[in-house]
Design a protein around this ligand. Structure first.
Ligand SMILES: Cc1cc2nc3c(=O)[nH]c(=O)nc-3n(C[C@H](O)[C@H](O)[C@H](O)COP(=O)(O)OP(=O)(O)OC[C@H]3O[C@@H](n4cnc5c(N)ncnc54)[C@H](O)[C@@H]3O)c2cc1C
Length: 411
């Protein structure tokens, strides 16, 4: 039976996130500044359990379900999307390690991330592209050497790059010794693990490496001025002959795409939830405006049918996107339709958020277009929801890979 009622635990968690955002995020006026990275705010979010919410309790995390994390991500999205991105990024960065790591790797790499505020990065994208890494050879390489690998290459537009203590780096192994081909725990052949349409496998594919910032040969910088989400760090990482010991290879050689997809499907559901949050904020903004502004006929905007219908359409959009997001979150981590549904939720919710924030600008009139207007900030923040963790074409590819099969007909 379908039940949309939250449990007491879920309800409490959502209430806590709402209160946190109201008290610590919304009042901040410094979040939309280039290069702003409100560490003090992230410290508070860490102390309250949001940063590590998605890490299993036995590894020092909050042990929250994907559904619960989505509830809090929606509230953070209401407050500030940049803050939401950096707060919940650990789920993406360390998600592969949680599912594919050996017990020793989890102990060594996850525990430090949960004992105090530290950041981690999911380093997939390269200056040459992101989506194409599923088909083209990555330019970041791992050359096998005695005891491990030497990493070389550049990863660009990486969230938390300049603040992360740990990088999860996807690179192409130049050649693979035969002795490497033993299966890893949670590998693609295990029950319940992610299958990745279009994933590269074998020695020519991507492999995931865990690399500490302290490793010699790493350089990070933040060369970008972003359109929005300025409270989130986005940077570039250069690897020059960075030695990675063999034991810091995550999963099998060539298993990187599967590992990334496994982490992405939970994270994409979080993005969908954040999209619902920012759309709610835009809706509230126009309702507030409608109550205060009087039109030429002497009636308030909120009494005008056209204005009311726009608000109604926003509400219908928000409810639809949230229902799909909850459906996806309930399917994770291991439901048979988890990959498809997380892509559906991200696709629909991100488009909805951009549509809603765009509409809000218009409903606020000329003032909505001004730089000081909250509406234009929400729109700028929302735009990247359609792009990061895979643009629309990629989400459609993931969905089509499932539903265009002949076996899908009649379901
Ligand atoms: C603020 C920010 C934070 C980010 N954080 C991270 C991060 O933490 N880690 C990380 O690894 N990356 C991160 N990225 C990178 C982001 O995930 C990529 O920019 C995104 O996935 C798109 O990849 P791309 O830029 O290489 O564009 P491309 O892959 O080149 O795509 C560009 C356009 O080409 C089209 N396209 C691409 N492939 C196809 C196809 N097969 N069929 C049809 N059309 C296609 C799409 O329309 C797409 O919009 C971040 C980016 C930003 C801006």
């Amino acid at each position: 039976m379908v039940d949309f009622a939250l449990t007491a635990r879920e309800s409490e968690w959502r209430k806590k996130a709402k209160a946190f955002v109201r008290e610590h995020v919304i009042p901040r006026t410094d979040l939309d500044t280039h290069g702003s990275f409100p560490r003090d705010l992230y410290e508070k979010a860490f102390d309250e359990g949001f940063v590590t919410a998605m890490i299993p309790a036995e590894l020092g995390g909050g042990g929250r379900t994907v559904f619960e994390v989505s509830l809090s991500a929606e509230e953070f999205g209401y407050g500030d999307l940049g803050v939401a991105t950096s707060t919940f990024l650990l789920g993406l960065a360390a998600g592969g390690l949680v599912h594919f790591g050996t017990p020793e790797q989890k102990e060594r790499w996850i525990k430090p991330l949960t004992s105090e505020l530290r950041f981690a990065s999911h380093a997939w994208t390269e200056p040459q592209g992101s989506a194409n890494l599923l088909g083209q050879p990555a330019t970041t390489t791992a050359r096998p050497v005695e005891g491990g690998f030497l990493l070389n290459g550049i990863k660009s537009t990486i969230s938390n790059a300049t603040v992360a203590s740990t990088f999860f780096v996807f690179a192409r192994i130049e050649s693979v010794p035969a002795s490497e081909s033993t299966p890893s725990p949670g590998s693609a052949s295990s029950p319940g693990s992610a299958s990745s349409p279009g994933s590269a496998s074998g020695s020519g594919g991507l492999t995931c490496f865990i690399v500490p910032r302290s490793a010699n040969g790493i350089e990070t910088r933040s060369p970008y001025k972003k359109m929005g989400q300025r409270a989130s760090d986005t940077g570039e990482i250069t690897f020059r002959d960075v030695f990675v010991p063999k034991e810091d290879q995550l999963g099998r050689p060539g298993e990187g795409a599967v590992i990334a997809m496994r982490a992405l499907r939970a994270s994409r559901t979080g993005i969908a939830a954040m999209a619902v949050g920012v759309a709610r904020r835009a809706r509230d903004l126009v309702i507030q405006h409608g109550h205060s502004r009087v039109a030429g006929d002497g009636r308030k905007l909120i009494e005008q049918q056209d204005f009311r219908f726009h608000v109604a359409a926003m509400e219908a959009d928000i409810e639809a996107a949230r229902a799909l997001t909850w459906r996806a979150a309930a399917e994770l981590p291991d439901g048979p339709e988890a990959t498809k549904l997380s892509s559906c939720a991200k696709l629909v919710s991100a488009n909805m958020a951009v549509r809603t924030t765009n509409q809000a600008i218009e409903m606020l009139g000329g003032h909505g277009y001004l730089e000081s207007s909250l509406a234009e900030k929400l729109f700028r923040d929302a735009k990247i929801l359609q792009i990061y963790e895979g643009p629309q074409a990629i989400q459609k590819m993931m969905i089509a890979d499932t539903v265009t099969r002949l076996s899908w007909i009649g379901r």
